[in-house]
Design a protein around this ligand. Sequence first.
Ligand code: CAA
Length: 260
Amino acid sequence: MEFKLIIYEKSDGVATITLNRPEALNAFSKDVIEEILRALEDAKSDENVRVVVLTGAGEKAFSAGADIKGMVGMTALKARELSLMGESLCLALENLEKPVIAAINGYALGGGLEVAMSCDFRIASETARVGQTEVNFGLIPGWGGTQRLTRLVGMTKSKELIFTGKMVDARTAEQLGILNMVTSADKLKETVRQFAQELALKPPVALKVAKALVNKGANIGLDSALALEREGFGVVASSEDLKEGVSAFIEKRKPVFKGK
Ligand code: CAA
């Protein structure tokens, strides 16, 4: 597969997508999004891929968001198109039936934070700074930020961050519940690798169903969500992975899950 704006690598069950425009702080253009979507299609269909990692090239940014330079003279229709484009990337990450980790190696701003919030996990370096900064130039979050940030941190802090457009440091973002883990910049790659490897050894069927249930359940009533969980529990119970997990437990060995 040929890519110009991202780097796509696969190793030990982990597919890594690196945004590769460090000179523009890995801002998202239409072409960048199209390349990521292509890589995600590959990760989806390759059964050797158990986990996906999304990160940014360079030491300064995960991503500084949508390409501001492309916004000069933007019409309402073009802005709607930009919103749809970012949303399609966020939904592709959220709906991928495999865990996705955002490795946040610097700024995650505007659309950069919105994309990171669509991943299942966010692990950041101490040098990272995150924010929904759109208001600073007269805009609002357009790739789900008003909704996903509120779901992560609650309305009080979500409004504070979105209305002020301020950036917060990694430790503050961790305390707010935006980030799962913070590590020193030199340990970020290794921390993410270890976490990805841990997930790669888990039963893929259980992870796939658990991801769908947590995501869907957040947007529907408890009764409906519990009904979905019941069905999901039945589906997972019929998997080879469960048989393997139980046999391994009884035989006192480590399970080897095949995702079937
Ligand atoms: N789009 C396009 N280019 C960007 C960019 C962006 N979002 N962010 C940074 N760049 C470019 C800069 O223009 C600059 O390029 P040039 O050298 O050609 O001028 C280069 O990246 C380096 O940036 P800076 O010189 O600004 O670096 P800095 O260290 O002084 O500042 C920063 C870093 C604070 C992150 C600053 O670049 C900044 O505030 N960027 C904008 C962040 C932002 O508000 N993003 C939201 C975008 S809108 C959005 O995402 C809407 C949505 O919801 C989808």
